[in-house]
Design a protein around this ligand. Structure first.
Ligand SMILES: CC(C)(COP(=O)(O)OP(=O)(O)OC[C@H]1O[C@@H](n2cnc3c(N)ncnc32)[C@H](O)[C@@H]1OP(=O)(O)O)[C@@H](O)C(=O)NCCC(=O)NCCS
Length: 194
């Protein structure tokens, strides 16, 4: 399966889907949640809940129209979500987690999820995206350490993995200081935890 050549972006604004052969990238549905969680457990292990970025996601809802899944013949094989944050005084999105099933890696699916998500975020008017991840992977999408250099996260992280992307020119020019979660609270998750 090669996605990059065959992928088709169907619309400039949501619903933005990529389809190629049996593959489809689209909005995550409620029925996808268990499969997405299993995919994330497999990709990151139980320690995924200890990451500093999790502090910015826990008990929050992802940004509207920015919870994506990739499906192959209806089975979830990729996931990418974005979360509202304020990044040192500037409204931004936190990207992640991004994961692709082992069976579907190195076919371009991670890249297709990234490009679909970033295109949709830009179409929705978002101006900047931050993440913690491997620089060697994310620079190909335009992320850089320099864009995040004056920002801080509310916990431990490797500075070399803290990256940011300006979707609008100079959108992070005045961003300085702590990143804080600003997304809507997930009332269902909160009542389950109570
Ligand atoms: C990272 C990940 C999403 C990439 O998905 P994918 O569908 O294989 O990605 P693509 O097919 O678009 O790209 C594959 C390319 O990225 C490279 N790549 C994958 N992970 C990489 C990493 N951590 N650092 C640098 N390059 C990486 C591969 O070597 C491959 O390179 P090639 O095209 O030269 O062969 C997938 O490997 C994964 O789920 N990993 C585990 C979870 C994870 O680390 N997520 C990212 C951190 S949030």
């Amino acid at each position: 399966m090669t996605l990059s050549a065959a992928a088709r972006i169907s619309a400039p604004v949501y619903p933005l889907v990529v389809e190629a052969a049996s593959m489809r990238i689209g909005d995550e549905q409620r029925c996808d949640v268990a499969a997405r969680e299993a995919l994330l457990d497999d990709a990151f292990g139980a320690s995924r809940f200890e990451k500093t970025c999790e502090l910015l996601r826990v008990a929050r809802l992802p940004a509207r129209h920015l919870a994506l899944v990739a499906k192959d013949k209806g089975a979830v094989v990729g996931t990418l979500r974005f979360w509202h944050v304020n990044a040192g005084g500037v409204d931004a999105l936190l990207l992640g987690p991004l994961a692709v099933a082992h069976s579907h890696r190195s076919c371009g699916l991670g890249g297709a999820l990234m490009r679909t998500g970033l295109a949709r975020a830009a179409a929705l008017g978002h101006k900047a995206v931050i993440l913690v991840g491997d620089e060697a992977y994310y620079t190909r999408f335009g992320f850089s350490r320099a864009n995040a250099a004056r920002l801080d996260l509310p916990g431990w992280y490797e500075p070399s993995r803290f990256l940011a992307l300006e979707l609008a020119s100079a959108s992070l020019a005045r961003a300085q200081g702590m990143v804080v979660a600003t997304g809507r609270l997930d009332e269902a998750a909160l009542s389950r935890a109570a």
